[in-house]
Design a protein around this ligand. Structure first.
Ligand code: ATP
Ligand code: MG
Length: 247
């Protein structure tokens, strides 16, 4: 089991849209949250509760209106665009509901994309890593296929392999299985779970599916832009809760 360390910490994170305009609206009202490297957490909540907004702040795709967000101990709110992009590329992997694979490229090329964007032509190491990730997601035989020659579940597995290409400390997924049938969705979840254990990569996944949320070690519920509940499954705890021990 990889050692447990803090990956992400949010302190009083607020987010407003349309700041300074008549239609200004605050949708996150002071979020405190910590994720560790071993965490495999579901983010749940009603439609409009702010899940995607929160994920966008955590993924450094957007910046909070107030509060601070620490990634691997580094404060991020005052980072300029360049530093933000670099931190995102280095430490965070994304999987979305629609995979955003590039149609003109093969599965293998899509997986290598995050590294090619940063460093240009792939070297031997990059190729080896990408092939091994494709094999981890069970698609080694499909390396040369284009996305439109793959099923929806296979495309999503390519997207997961791509998200892991840079060995991120944090993997964020916004309804990664929203588009898939029950069995394929469970398989995709299983893959995320395996990478979480194998690489100690913290996983935060938005899902509307209570059965999938149940398979997570932790369920964070967002209601009206506030954390209403943060529940850990007992099996995920480091040991028995000392407060719960008989005297
Ligand atoms: N760019 C924007 N400008 C103004 N309001 C926005 C913007 N994006 C989101 N909102 C509002 O912020 C609130 C939270 O939206 P968000 O997309 O984070 O919800 P969600 O929990 O992801 O919902 P869903 O489950 O439907 O995906 C909603 O009321 C939404 O209308
Ligand atoms: Mg959403």
């Amino acid at each position: 089991m990889p050692e447990r360390r803090e990956v992400l910490r949010l302190e009083g994170v607020r987010k407003s849209y349309n700041v300074g305009r008549p239609n200004e609206v605050e949708v996150l009202h002071g979020i405190d949250l910590r994720l560790d490297s071993a965490d495999f957490a579901a983010l749940v909540g009603p439609s409009g509760s702010g899940k995607s907004t929160l994920l966008n702040q955590i993924g450094l795709l957007d910046s909070p209106t107030a509060g601070e967000l620490f990634l691997l101990g580094e404060p991020t709110r005052r980072m300029d665009d360049e530093a933000r992009t670099a931190a995102r590329g280095r430490h965070i992997g994304f999987v979305f509901q629609f995979h955003h694979l590039i149609g003109a490229f093969t599965a293998l090329e899509n997986v290598m994309m995050p590294v090619m964007v940063a460093r240009g032509r792939p070297d031997r190491d990059t190729l080896d890593t990408a092939r091994s990730l494709l094999s981890d997601v069970g698609l080694e035989r499909f390396a040369d296929r284009k996305p439109d020659e793959l099923s929806g579940g296979q495309q999503q597995r390519v997207a997961i392999a791509r998200a892991l290409m840079t060995r991120p400390a944090l993997l964020l997924a916004d309804e990664p299985t929203g588009n898939l049938d029950t069995k394929t969705a469970a398989d995709v979840f299983e893959l995320l779970r395996r990478f979480n254990a194998q690489y100690g990569c913290a996983v935060l996944v938005v899902t509307h599916d209570p059965r999938l949320a149940e398979t997570c070690d932790r369920t964070i519920s967002l209601v009206d832009g506030r954390v209403a509940d943060d529940v850990r499954a007992f099996a995920a705890a480091d040991g028995p809760d000392p407060a719960a021990q008989p005297r």
